[in-house]
Design a protein around this ligand. Structure first.
Ligand code: ADP
Length: 400
């Protein structure tokens, strides 16, 4: 069955068409600047030429119509007509406490996702627009929602509660939810499979280090803790997000800089992280690595702080699980960043970690990067959230 995977943001939409039998990506692409001037679609059929063209996209329905047109185009398309798309899998950012697993989408599910809008005001409404657009254009095609938060719903209360008055949890559901769940689930499972170990017997720490970054602790096949919280702002130092800070910083800065809460939040989300720490050198680790190699103190400061914070979380999760068997690095920086992996692992001697420098030099490969005598195994595992969404979608559609 061909599964169309949709990841809908407020002004962008990423898509992949995946054959669920071979698990191959048949075509993929991206719509950008939806609802803004200069919108464009990029479309790459597997084995064919990538094409990009500017075309008006006043809304997401038009964007999805263009995606479907590209996929069924007589010359460059990959399917004859829409009947060859068996199901659509939607990435949904926040499922609150309502969704601990992926689900077939119907009217009730849409209403339940809407009820989570408060928790992710930028993301969930965009995800819902994508669902509505597909419903309009492909009314008879089954759809599945795969939630970023679902995998983390197994966290115990002591891990997900904040030290706030309990009534705020009861009234507003303020708690830690965690994100990147599809990736943490895929990578932790894949690591066990790759090592030929039993997933239900393993203590794994997954470091998803991309532009957004989070760490999770997966014990015996279930997530017991993760570094992002109510929103994706908590935890690691990220590309542009600050991660953990003293909440009093917000009031302090608001007074000093004469800024509103919204303005401070924009700083914490968009101007902080390694971008802010490097004094605006870059949020991109390729630039920071180049800066590190050239001895640029802004790059060195940002990379050191990023790695230290990540190593601290690994230590916290070794404590939470009373040990760790496997540490996985994934996502853009985790898969492609030998420097970052080396610095993080340099803090982990107490876990018996020794890195194989030669293996660690490789980028973007599924590989053991620790030495054979390393007490904890360290892996680089490329994540594949689209494939994970396609698998979930196929499974649920077949189960009916
Ligand atoms: P997101 O999905 O959160 O936008 P990604 O997982 O794509 O993020 O990761 C983006 C990050 O990965 C960027 O900081 C980028 O610099 C880094 N990255 C990608 N390729 C490389 C590479 N070859 N070497 C070092 N860093 C890389």
């Amino acid at each position: 069955m061909n599964i169309l995977v949709i990841n809908c943001g407020s002004s962008s939409l990423k898509f992949q068409l995946i054959d669920s039998e071979s698990e191959a990506c048949i075509a993929k692409g991206l719509c950008e600047r939806i609802g803004i001037e200069g919108s464009r679609i990029t479309y790459s059929p597997a084995g064919g030429e990538k094409e990009q063209r500017e075309t008006p996209m006043p809304d997401h329905t038009e964007a999805i119509r263009l995606v479907l047109e590209a996929l069924t185009n007589e010359k460059t398309g990959v399917v004859k007509d829409l009947s060859q798309i068996g199901a659509v899998g939607h990435r949904i950012v926040h499922g609150g406490e309502k969704f601990a697993a992926s689900t077939l989408i119907d009217g009730d599910v849409i209403r339940a996702i809407e009820e989570c809008n408060d928790l992710a005001p930028l993301h969930n409404p965009a995800n819902l627009i994508g669902i509505e657009a597909c419903r309009k254009l492909m009314p008879n095609t089954p759809m599945v929602g795969v939630f970023d938060t679902a995998f983390h719903q197994t966290m115990p209360q002591e891990a997900y509660l904040y030290g706030l008055p309990y009534e705020y949890y009861q009234k507003y559901k303020i708690r830690r939810y965690g994100f990147h769940g599809t990736s943490h689930s895929y990578v932790s499972r894949r690591a066990a499979q790759f090592l030929g170990k039993d997933y239900s017997q393993l203590k794994t720490v997954v470091c998803h280090l991309g532009n957004g970054a989070s760490v999770s602790a997966v014990k015996n096949g279930v997530c017991v803790d993760t570094s992002m919280g109510l929103t994706p702002l908590e935890g690691l130092i990220m590309g542009t997000r600050c991660g953990d800070i003293d909440p009093a910083v917000i009031e302090f800065l608001a007074h000093k800089e004469n800024k509103t809460i919204d303005e401070i939040m924009a700083v914490l989300n968009k101007k902080s992280g390694v971008l802010g720490l490097s004094d605006n050198l870059s949020s991109d680790f390729r630039d920071l690595e180049a800066g590190w190699n050239a001895g640029d103190e802004n790059a060195v400061r940002a990379i050191r702080a990023f790695c230290y914070r990540t190593a601290k979380y690994i230590g916290a999760y070794a404590a939470a699980m009373n040990g760790v068997d496997v540490i996985c690095f994934t996502a853009g920086v985790g898969e492609n960043g030998p420097l970052v992996r080396r610095i993080i692992c340099s803090y982990l001697g107490y876990l018996g970690v020794t890195l194989d420098e030669e293996a660690n030099a490789l980028r973007g490969e599924e590989k053991v990067i620790s030495t054979p005598d390393s007490r904890t195994v360290v892996l680089s595992i490329p994540t594949n959230e689209e494939l994970a969404i396609a698998r979930e979608t196929c499974r649920l559609v077949k189960e009916g």
